[in-house]
Design a protein around this ligand. Structure first.
Ligand code: GLA
Length: 724
């Protein structure tokens, strides 16, 4: 609900459990409060108008200290705010000072669309959008700051539209999407790592100065995820306050946190200014991607579930979102580049015998690709490996009642490819400079429409020809030497954002052309795990690290923001191909069950007993996957020895608990695993024994000791009856 008091210049944005206050003081919009839902009476003092030097009154002569301490809802550069700013625009006279003053507001029942970008959608949910108009007369710039509230959620979607209403072009140097202010002691949580080690949780105190994370490599990146949370020092999984920002964008981003001289902390998120500028011609608009703001007063668990529900209901558009996904076997860790049609059909037959639904042919099926040195861009069948053609292979797979999935790396071009020989200028490069290779490959200039059309057409042809049900869209290198002949010299820094718009355009076109196609996004594992990609694909390959213990940690970190149902998870072979660890076969399945579930190992090498274990694992998947897809997720435990999590169905009558023993400890105390999300007075049954929800949550579930490292237990409890 949005309440506006025009006279006082107060905007109250109420979600289910939170309140954001925006207030106009002497023409500037501030954010004096964002937190728990409360009732308000007196509002005059909120932005501290009567205490020097915060007095905004110009006659006081204290404008600079006002600008530098005021909690600007959209901070701009140049008039005395020396903290990090969200907005900076260079004008005709070469200066980049702006003063964005409030000139009015509007509210909408229908959420306005953001053209060409992924964004939250409002299906089956009432929403309200508040747009605040901030204006700089000299530059002729109008900033429209938009906040959308969803009736079913505590998440607020924020974005900004910049319009050039002036006569001359302006050059946007900084156009971040969102800013919030918090008071009091805080800790910052970020998700960091690298390839095969994505999204490990870091929690640190917020101290004076600026702390930032971000990416300038062309993707949201393995190194930092476009998500941050601020929490109170005392906040745990089950109690305390937590605020968050998650970016609905997959390219270069900046998230920065600044504790200022007044002990206020400003959090901002948007496109990374270091690799960005945008020439905005007179009459044109620029749209910043959306940021999802989140608040919970009941710990990080509730905070994550807010995001999970929101992402499932308002970001992931795919019709597969709540559907049971086909269990697939992927050829990558099964045989890497070493396959032919005979081997693939053998893999398909074994997959079928195990009860799986889909064969995914990963890297190597196209051009003359035998290793990672060639053929990206030549999306035609590799006749050495599959001489009968892809249409034939598709038919063979369908005859077996299986579905076919194919791997593509559409954004890339190998120097050794027919495409490169024909169009060497299609690779991103700076004329007269060398090209820095990554994994022996270059990036296609997707800012150019003719290149996007080529990629779309070559993918569409093969998807059509072989009746492909699923594609894995991979992206395996960072972007360097960013440049494009499609833009004039002074607009070269528009490259990165235009590149992302190009990627989104191709995925959108594919989904429009093949409405039943399932896309799994991927970027060298989890290098582009973000809400932007989830708008196009219901799942993202979580990490190339499929070791069960490492994966449990990666998935747990990822779950801070993203729902487990969107995490691509496979059971793979041991010793693990990335870190060489051996874990129990069942543990690998237990970890994969907390995601989309599939296999990535050479089924032909398995012993009969292992095939039987796969059949058992598939039974678990079919019995419990509804909990992963529709249920709520609770992180129960994470320390050097154990990780435990739990899914609870929406009715709170069923729960699935997973305990992983990373390493064993001698003479461990009896473990009572404290569950969450149950009905206290209801009885839950496990192995013929009954426990009340209350006792499971307060005393805990008695867990039999586990033997060894990399082992696990799965507990499924259902309600027996309700007392009273
Ligand atoms: C990336 C992906 C892997 C696999 C390989 C193929 O690393 O993350 O899953 O598809 O590429 O080259």
């Amino acid at each position: 609900m949005i309440k506006i008091d025009d006279k006082k210049g107060i905007f109250l944005l109420y979600t289910k459990h939170s309140l954001m206050i925006l207030q106009v003081i002497d023409g500037f919009v501030g954010m004096p409060y964002y937190g728990e839902k409360i009732r308000l009476a007196e509002t005059e003092y909120l932005c501290r108008t009567n205490v020097r030097p915060f007095t905004p009154d110009k006659l006081s002569g204290e404008e600079i200290s006002f600008q530098n301490t005021f909690p600007h809802a959209y901070p701009f550069y140049g008039c005395g705010n020396f903290r990090e700013t969200a907005f900076r625009a260079e004008q005709e006279n070469g200066t980049d000072t702006c003063c964005l003053r409030y000139i009015g507001c509007s509210t909408f029942k229908e959420k306005p669309k953001i053209p060409h970008l992924p964004q939250s959608f409002t299906k089956n949910c009432n929403t309200e959008t508040l747009i605040l108009y901030l204006h700089d007369e000299q530059a002729g710039v109008l900033a429209e700051i938009s906040y959308t509230l969803f009736q079913d959620s505590d998440v607020i979607a924020q974005s900004v539209k910049i319009q050039n209403q002036g006569e001359y072009p302006v050059m946007l140097r900084r156009a971040l999407s969102s800013c919030m202010y918090l008071e009091g002691d805080l800790e910052l949580i970020t998700l960091n790592g690298t390839w095969a080690r994505e999204r490990y949780i870091q929690r640190e105190p917020v101290t004076y100065g600026v702390k930032s994370i971000g990416s300038i490599n062309g993707t949201s990146s393995h190194v930092h995820n476009p998500f941050i949370a601020a929490v109170r020092p005392e906040t745990t999984e089950t109690q305390g306050e937590a605020w968050g920002m998650a970016f609905v964008y997959s390219g270069n981003f900046l998230a920065c946190v600044e504790k200022d001289s007044q002990d206020k902390t400003q959090l901002m998120m948007g496109i990374h200014p270091e690799t960005f500028c945008w020439e905005l011609d007179s009459g044109k608009s620029f749209y910043s991607p959306e940021v999802l703001l989140n608040y919970s007063s009941r710990g990080l668990g509730r905070f994550s579930r807010n995001y999970h529900d929101f992402i499932r209901n308002h970001i992931i558009r795919s019709k597969y979102q709540y559907q049971e996904r086909p269990v697939l076997v992927n050829s990558w860790e099964a045989c890497y580049f070493d396959f032919d049609s005979e081997k693939l059909l053998c893999l398909a037959d074994t997959a079928l015998a195990c009860g799986m639904d889909m064969l995914v042919i990963d890297d190597g099926w196209f051009g003359h690709r035998e290793d990672d040195t060639s053929s990206l861009g030549d999306w035609v069948v590799n006749e050495e490996k599959i001489p009968e053609g892809m249409e034939w292979l598709g038919e063979q797979i369908q005859e077996r009642n299986l579905k076919l999935g194919l791997w593509f790396e559409p954004e890339m071009i190998s120097p050794d490819s027919d495409l490169f020989r024909k169009h060497p200028d299609w690779a991103v490069r700076i004329p007269d400079r060398g090209m820095t290779l990554g994994r022996n490959q270059c990036v296609l200039d997707l800012t150019r429409p003719e290149i996007r059309s080529y990629i779309f057409r070559s993918m569409a042809d093969i998807i059509h020809e072989a009746d492909v049900a699923y594609i894995k869209w991979d992206m395996n290198r960072q972007i360097t030497e960013a440049s494009t002949p499609s833009l004039p010299v002074h607009r070269q820094k528009e490259f990165f954002h235009r590149y992302m718009l190009g990627v989104y355009e191709i995925q959108e076109r594919l989904l429009k052309t093949f409405p039943d196609l399932m896309i799994e996004n991927c970027a060298g594992g989890g290098g582009r795990f973000d809400c932007g990609m989830l708008y196009y694909s219901p799942q993202i390959w979580c990490s190339d690290n499929t070791d069960a213990c490492a994966r449990a940690e990666i998935q747990l970190g990822t779950s801070l923001c993203y729902p487990p149902s969107c995490m691509g998870t496979h059971v793979s072979a041991c010793p693990n191909h990335i870190i060489g660890r051996n874990t129990d076969f069942m543990t690998r399945a237990h970890v994969a069950l907390a995601g989309t579930f599939g296999y990535e190992l050479n089924l032909m090498r398995l012993k009969q007993a292992e095939i039987q274990q796969i059949q058992e694992q598939l039974k678990l998947y079919h019995a419990y996957s509804h909990l992963t897809r529709e249920g709520s997720f609770y992180r129960l435990l994470q320390n050097a020895y154990h990780i435990a999590w739990q899914f609870v169905n929406p009715e709170h009558t069923e729960t699935l608990v997973t305990l992983i023993q990373l390493r064993n400890k001698a003479f461990q105390p009896q473990m009572h695993l404290k569950l969450q999300g149950l009905i206290p007075d209801s009885l839950y049954k496990l192995d013929g024994k009954c426990y009340t929800g209350g006792q499971l949550m307060k005393i805990g579930l008695p867990v039999p000791p586990l033997w060894g490292d990399g082992v696990s237990s799965l507990f499924y409890l259902t309600i027996e009856m309700t007392e009273g």
